[in-house]
Design a protein around this ligand. Structure first.
Ligand code: ISJ
Length: 136
């Protein structure tokens, strides 16, 4: 692999990376909004002594993901293989679950989940560093 070839490949990847950047900017803005809303919910629960974790609410939201997951993303999703759809649904549900549990930990002023996730991600990044895709 020459340096020139790699430089060209990185150049070819730029449009996709720009699209990702645009999506990330929108996501971050929405996540900041979500965080602020959770602080308001926290305030209300403190005043009313309402339990923080609402399992039924979370279960309903996770079930909704399955119903609407197909509407997210590109048209190719319609014809995507079952395994691909399952992976996407799992991904979306995990992200939502993580968001909800992080908001519960924020409301409880507990940093355990944050520390645990940070350690897990550092471990993952160390394992992933330098790996390439070898299967189709
Ligand atoms: C935000 C709330 O607190 C918790 C967090 C939720 C979330 O982040 O979506 C949902 C339910 C609760 O377990 C809430 O009760 O609405």
């Amino acid at each position: 692999m020459t340096e020139d070839k790699r430089a060209r490949e990185i150049e070819e990847l730029l449009p996709l990376r720009r699209d990702l950047q645009a999506v990330d900017e929108k996501l971050l803005s929405l996540l900041a909004q979500r965080y602020d809303l959770v602080l308001q919910v926290k305030d209300y629960k403190r005043k009313t002594a309402m339990p923080v974790l609402q399992k039924e609410v979370q279960a309903r939201k996770l079930a909704q993901v399955a119903a609407i997951a197909d509407n997210y993303g590109q048209a190719s999703t319609i014809t995507a293989a079952k395994a691909e759809k399952t992976a996407k649904l799992r991904y979306l549900q995990l992200v939502l679950r993580l968001l909800m549990d992080l908001s519960v930990s924020e409301q409880l002023d507990e940093t355990g989940l944050l520390s645990c996730m940070e350690a897990e991600l550092t471990h993952f990044e160390e394992q992933a560093d330098g790996k390439i895709i070898t299967k189709k």
